[in-house]
Design a protein around this ligand. Structure first.
Ligand SMILES: [Zn+2]
Length: 66
């Protein structure tokens, strides 16, 4: 008998990061495996780029929140 459903397990390596905007110094929390671009709330600089499942973080990671 074949299992009809699949349980989605959250990515264990994903975490929330506190990133400092390289442009204005604003700090904000972003998801490390974000699948969409995140912009600085203060100046609009793109802080995270999504590239085929892997996110590229722009700016300084000040803290990892787990
Ligand atoms: Zn900014």
């Amino acid at each position: 008998m074949k299992a009809k459903f699949k349980v989605l397990i959250p990515e264990p390596k994903s975490k929330f990061l506190r990133v400092k905007c390289p442009n204005c110094g604003n700090e904000q929390t972003i998801f490390s495996h974000s699948t969409f671009p995140v912009r600085c709330l203060s100046c609009g600089t793109q802080l995270i780029y999504s590239r085929g499942g892997k996110a590229k973080i722009v700016g300084e990671v000040v803290r990892i929140l787990g």
